[in-house]
Ligand binder design. Structure first.
Ligand code: BJW
Ligand code: ZN
Length: 244
């Protein structure tokens, strides 16, 4: 088959969405890039001299909790004034039109909720929640910046961001909700993720194996470009609104 133009790809996807009863979307840092949030692996994925991915580990936190908290406080400060962009809002509109719609996100910025999506599965947690390393209590706290080495009001132990770091297990209930959505989806869109971090990276292939029509929307090529049913190149904030 001759190569499809971007316009042709978009109209194929629109048709698929128009008849779909069940749709899953997986988003990554790319969908928030147009809101001004730095991605992880782009050239902006640096904080001071550190790579973001080197600080998102339990080892880094154990070794230097102050440094890791400084990093997360900085990210909370960057995020606080930022807002969801047209890509997020297009997914809100899409959810209203599709009977069964699940938005699976790797992002911890909470923008899908802020934008107005209802059925959101946050695989990697949320930066606005804190979890006690002692008693496990989870609280929401939007204070910026948090005090140096914040402590639990119940037991006094050190708090950490309620996010999933490398080498940590994802919450099994959340993971199950994601897999269930993949199992039933007729169409899946994989938006703005580099497709490197597991288990999220394999979710598009999981859905494809179960019969879904899988589409990637990304500014750049990923390991899955040419593997899914369609790969639409472009910014998510410009591409997703075209699907409505
Ligand atoms: C645009 C755009 C625009 C830009 N429009 N697009 C060896 C082999 C296989 C697996 C492993 C292994 N060793 C270890 C593992 C497991 C590990 C893993 O996958 N590692 C890989 C790096 C190899 N995974 C885990 O540890 C997970 N847990 C787990 O598997 O438990 C079991 C286990 C334990 C131990 C060993 C083995 C198994 C947990 C993963 C948790 C990830 N956590 C983070 C941090 C969260 C908190 C925080 O934010 O601080 O999650 S890491 C970071 O990466 C963050 C992101 O959610 C995640 C994914 O990144 P994402 O979203 O894809 O962002 P980028 O920057 O990579 O990509 C942006 C994309 O957008 C690019 O493609 C751009 O082109 C595009 N883009 N602008 C559209 N406008
Ligand atoms: Zn506690």
């Amino acid at each position: 088959m001759a190569e499809l133009t971007r316009d042709e790809q978009i109209s194929i996807l629109k048709e698929k969405l128009a008849s779909a009863k069940s749709v899953a979307v997986l988003t990554g840092a790319g969908i928030s890039a147009e809101s001004g949030v730095p991605t992880f692996r782009g050239k902006d994925g640096l904080w001071k001299q550190y790579r973001a991915t080197d600080l998102a580990t339990p080892e880094a936190f154990a070794q230097d909790p102050r440094l890791v908290w400084e990093f997360y406080n900085w990210r909370r400060e960057v995020l606080k004034p930022l807002k969801p962009n047209p890509g997020h809002f297009a997914l809100v509109e899409l959810e209203k039109r599709i009977p069964r719609f699940t938005l699976i996100t790797q992002n911890i910025d909470g923008f899908h909720h802020t934008a107005g999506n209802q059925n959101v599965v946050e695989l990697h947690g949320n930066i606005w929640r804190l979890r006690c390393t002692g008693c496990g209590t989870v609280t929401e706290d939007r204070t910026v910046p948090l005090p140096d080495l914040p402590a639990c009001s119940k037991c006094g132990a050190l708090l950490r961001p309620d996010v999933v770091w490398f080498g940590e297990m994802l919450d099994p209930t959340i993971l199950e909700a994601a897999y269930e959505a993949l199992q039933f989806s007729q169409v899946m869109m994989v938006v703005g993720t580099s497709g490197i971090v597991q288990p999220a990276a394999s979710m598009g292939m999981n859905a494809k194996r179960q019969g879904a029509f899988v589409v990637e929307i990304n500014l750049e090529a990923t390991p899955y470009t040419g593997v899914y049913d369609l790969n639409i190149q472009g910014k998510s904030g410009e591409t997703l609104p075209l699907l409505l």
